[in-house]
Design a protein around this ligand. Structure first.
Ligand code: AMP
Length: 207
């Protein structure tokens, strides 16, 4: 299995699952959200442009994200795309430079998404992800791995989460049908502990 796309609403667990699956299958994990957050943190031109969209829960323009992905997948033997494509235009653009071999849709309800994102905390130093209900840090407010301060992502604030979900429904959900029509789609129940979800995805992609 060479190139895999991971779909699912914000809060479906794409990032957590992608890290494990990419490691198990030896794929490059490419999260466009992570790349963009890094650009914002470094204050680059791209970061400045992206920040305005991200802060409102809107999507960064297609051409910007497509160029970013095209640069990073060049000459890679296999990639796991997390958070990309997010629009039909991005999927069509992607098809011009990368063959997609499989698409996994993580299925999670809206209620579960809202609950997860409200409780999500991330390490401001190393990016590790926690959940105040299901995956608490050992010491409150501190990262288990590096001791960094745990913070809420600005776009996990309730009003931004609501907007991100609307944008997902409008722009990204159509990708489920788009890839189903190509016979590439596999759906996985994402409302279970990450180890089980990741194991299912790995098994599916190996079969
Ligand atoms: P994520 O970490 O995947 O939830 O992405 C965080 C934010 O980054 C999104 O709400 C968008 O503003 C932006 N973003 C990430 N991936 C994309 C993409 N493929 N297209 C447009 N915007 C994106």
């Amino acid at each position: 299995m060479r190139n895999v796309v991971l779909l699912g609403p914000p809060g479906a667990g794409k990032g957590t699952i992608a890290v494990r699956v990419a490691e198990a299958l030896g794929l490059l994990h490419l999260s466009t959200g992570e790349v963009l957050r890094d650009e914002v943190a470094r204050g680059t031109e791209l970061g400045k442009l992206a920040q305005a969209f991200m802060g409102r829960g809107e999507l960064v323009p297609d051409d910007v994200v497509l160029a970013m992905v095209r640069d990073r997948v060049r000459d890679q033997p296999g990639v796991l795309l997390d958070g990309f494509p997010r629009t039909l235009a991005q999927a069509e653009g992607l098809a011009g430079f990368l063959r997609v071999d499989a698409v996994v849709d993580l299925v999670v309800t809206k209620d579960e998404v809202v609950r997860r994102l409200g409780n999500r905390r991330v390490c401001s130093a190393c990016g590790a992800v926690y959940n105040l209900v299901t995956q608490r840090p050992r010491v409150e407010g501190k990262c288990d791995r590096c001791g960094g301060a745990l913070v809420q992502r600005p776009d996990d604030a309730p009003e931004v989460v609501a907007r991100r979900y609307e944008v997902y429904e409008r722009d990204s959900r159509p990708l489920v049908d788009y890839y189903a029509r190509q016979g590439l789609l596999r759906s996985v129940d994402g409302a279970r502990p990450p180890d089980r979800v990741a194991a299912d995805v790995v098994a599916l992609l190996r079969s």
